[in-house]
Design a protein around this ligand. Structure first.
Ligand SMILES: *Cc1c(COP(=O)(O)O)cnc(C)c1O
Length: 426
């Protein structure tokens, strides 16, 4: 989904149409680069480095091993251990991991799930594909998580679960209270940790307090395998059903795997290389064929893609393992970036996001509420050397689905921008 944000800057498809903007952006990058460091425009915080490229190249040469399930099992085990979860299962995307969570909780058609009215359409889509009804609740503006009182007000006789979302790498303010409310009302909690992989609350990673949780390693998330997702649980029954999805669903086609591995190289040259400002337009021309959209128009419009249910491919799991090893090093970079944005907020009179007591955010992005006109046109940020993220520009990004009675979510749609926290290539 956040690749959609990237696509706003880098229009996928139609190379000729795109080329002029590629050149002008690159010229600005080169200008900033020549002036040294900070002025380099950085639309996406990148965790793909040279060693990931070397790995992707070697994986591209070993196609005969792409169907091996062993690397996937190793990745799942490593993730579970690192996350402090009893079980982890890998899929080809966060939304697919969410689909497995829905199946594992045995939610039934017509059941209602409470979802924050400030999210990406692929979250309610995963619910609707399973015949469930998303019921939107409001968020709070401290951490952009679901608001406890609003969640409570949405509970009805058909409510079965709450989708507890952690955005921007922050730990949601009402985390514990919503878990307690769900327990009291006999509701399941699905944690959406797609943007907060690795964040901690009272020493435990997010995703370990709910019944089941999912994570994403889509290219713009906390760590990147270009596309990827994981579902975790401590519950043995839920784990059995997740395992069934992970073993029975098909793996992606070799063609898709080839595109993804090539995209690792592409992303590195676009964003991660010291000379990216110069290499980027060349990389666009050379690797354009490999780029696939994160969400097709059909999926945006609410129809389920044919390859929606897919388990993780072995080479993607190998990338995931390599990215996990570098997690802490990248987190230090993000924390340094977040500290810089915090100082910037204070100096400009903006309120920094809240780090709730006992939480250790991973600062995927640094969200800030600015006047609506500053979100409508973010070109003012060029002097800061960044391209702010504008997700979400509609409540159910990027579609105009109306969300009644969610004033805070509406305010975030109008005013919340997010700054990249990895500001320099390695
Ligand atoms: C990215 C994202 C997802 C889905 O992840 P994919 O890997 O793109 O399918 C779900 N929820 C939120 C909040 C996200 O940011």
């Amino acid at each position: 989904m956040t690749a959609v944000a990237a696509a706003e800057t880098f229009r996928f498809g139609g190379m000729l149409r795109r080329l002029p903007s590629a050149v002008s952006e690159s010229a600005q990058n080169a200008y900033g680069y020549a002036r040294g460091g900070r002025k380099r425009l950085q639309p996406v915080g990148m965790t793909i480095d040279h060693d990931d490229v070397a790995l992707a190249r070697s994986l591209l040469r070993r196609q005969s091993a792409w169907r091996d399930r062993e690397p996937v099992r190793r990745y799942e085990q490593a993730f579970a251990e690192w996350n402090g979860s009893a079980h982890a299962f890998a899929f080809m995307g966060g939304r697919k991991a969410l689909t497995a969570c829905i199946e594992a909780l045995e939610l039934l058609p017509g059941d209602e799930v409470i979802v924050p009215g400030f999210t990406c359409v692929l979250v309610p889509n995963a619910l609707r594909f399973a015949g469930l009804r998303p019921i939107y609740c409001d968020i709070e503006l401290d951490t952009y998580g679901p608001d406890l009182d609003s969640v409570r007000s949405r509970i009805g006789p058909r409510t079965r679960a709450i989708l507890l979302q952690h955005l921007f790498g922050l730990v949601s303010r009402d985390y514990e209270a919503i878990i307690a409310l769900a327990a009291e009302r006999g509701l399941r909690v699905i944690e959406d940790c797609a943007q907060a992989t690795g964040a901690k609350f009272k020493g435990r990673r997010v995703g370990t307090l709910g019944d089941v949780a999912f994570y994403s390693s889509e290219r713009s998330k906390v760590y990147s395998t270009i596309v990827g997702g994981i579902a975790v649980t401590d519950n043995e029954k839920i784990a059995d059903r997740l395992r069934r999805c992970a073993t029975e669903w098909p793996a992606p086609s070799d063609d898709q795997v080839r595109r993804l591995l090539t995209s690792v190289i592409y992303d590195y040259f676009r964003f991660g290389h010291r000379l990216s400002p110069i290499l980027e337009p060349l990389a666009r021309i050379r690797f354009d064929w490999a780029v696939s959209e994160n969400m097709s128009d059909a999926e945006l419009a609410g129809s389920m893609p044919d390859d929606y249910r897919t388990t993780m491919a072995a080479p993607i799991a190998a990338l995931g393992l390599n990215q996990l090893r570098k997690f802490d090093a990248n987190l230090s970079r993000r924390i340094a970036g977040a500290n810089a944005w915090r100082d910037w907020c204070l100096s400009q009179g903006y309120r920094p996001p809240t780090v709730v007591d006992g939480s250790e955010p991973v600062f995927l992005r640094y969200p800030v509420l600015v006047p609506p006109e500053m979100k409508a046109d973010v070109s003012w940020a060029r002097r800061l050397g960044v391209v702010p993220g504008v997700w979400f520009r509609t409540n159910i990004h990027p579609v105009p689905e109306p969300v009644p009675d969610c004033p805070n979510a509406d305010r975030a749609v109008a005013c919340c921008i997010n700054m990249p926290t990895i500001l320099e290539p390695r």
